[in-house]
Design a protein around this ligand. Sequence first.
Ligand code: DOR
Ligand code: ZN
Length: 354
Amino acid sequence: MAASPDTLSIVRPDDWHLHLRDGAALHAVVAASARQFARAIIMPNLKPPVTTVSQARAYRERILSALGGSGRSPGTFRPLMTLYLTDRTPPQEIDAAAEDGDVVAVKLYPAGATTNSDAGVTDIRHVRGVLERMQRHGMPLLIHGEVNDGTVDVFDREAVFIERVLIPLRRDFPALRVVFEHITTEQAAHYVRDAEGGIAATITPQHLLYNRNAIFSGGLRPHWYCLPVLKREHHRLALVEAATSGNPRYFLGTDSAPHAAHLKEHAAGCAGCYSAPHAMPLYAAAFEAAGRLDRLEAFASFHGPDFYGLPRNDGHLTLVREPTPIPERLPYGEHEIVPLAGGETLPWRLAEEH
Ligand code: DOR
Ligand code: ZN
C-alpha cells in the first residue's frame, strides 16, 4: 500500500458479492464494477435463477459481452460465477461446478427471504446431499443469513438465523467452507470472529456507513432499504470494528443490488442499494472515519482471495483525496437509478484511468 496525504494506492481489490442483473441493466452497471475490481462473485438471483453450470456459463458470456460493449476489455474483469441452490439441485451439479473453473461457489437463499429468492431452499434437510458434495470439493457455500419467518421481527432475522440454521448446519458439515454474506449485526460479526473452522463474512458499504435511522430520516427513504435491513448504531459499530480489525475472516462484498428508481420509490419498494460506481470511495470513507485507512487494502484486496484460494491481484487501484459529490441519479437503461449516498459528498474519488 502506498499512501500520501492526497492519494491512496492499493493492490487491485475484488468484490466478493455483486448483483449485475441481466439485459439492459447488466449493460448499464457492469463497467462501474470492472473499473475498480479485478474480479467479482456474481450473484445468481436472476429471473429465472442461475441453477445449473450451463446457465452460469451462458450468464458469464453475457457479462463479458456487456463489458466489451461498454468499451472495457473483457480481459480486465473476471466474473466468478455462483449457482443458486434450490431444494431440487442434484448433487451431480456440484461435481460439474467443481470441474468448471469459473463456477466457484453456491448461494443459499432461504426461500422467500429476499429479492428473487422464491426458488430458494425451504429446509436444509432437502440439500444435505448437495452440502456433502460441496464439503468434499471444498466449494464455499455463500449464505443469505436471515430466517424467513413472519413471526420473527425483521430486525432480528439474522441473529435468529445464526442460532436456528447456521450453528446446526455447521455442526453437521464441519468442513464446509461458509461465507456469511452481508452481515449486519454484532451477533453475526462476533459469531464469525469466534467460530471454529472455515468461515468468513462479507460486509457492505451501507452497513458500515449508515444505521437504520437513514431509512426514516425526514421521511421514508427507500434508497436506504436493503436486505438484511440496516440495524441499530451499535451493530454498525461492531461491523466497523470487524472490518477494520485486520481479521482475515472479514472481506469486501458490496452487495451492490441495482433497482430502477421508480421500483424503489414505490408502494412495495425493492430491497437493494446500488453502490457499484463509487464502491471503493465509500469503503475508504468508512475506514478513514474509523482511523483505519491503513487496513483498507487487506480487507479489500487480500482476505477475499486468500479465503477463496485464489491469487491476489497484480495491478493497483488509486484513490485521490478530493471532496466529490455523488450524482443524485444515474442512467439505467431506459430508466434512472439512485446510487447509494446520491447527493452526498465523499472525501475520496477514483483516480483517472490512463
Ligand atoms: O437488498 C438486497 N437486494 N438484498 C438481497 O439479498 C438481494 C438484493 C437484490 O437482488 O436486489
Ligand atoms: Zn446480495
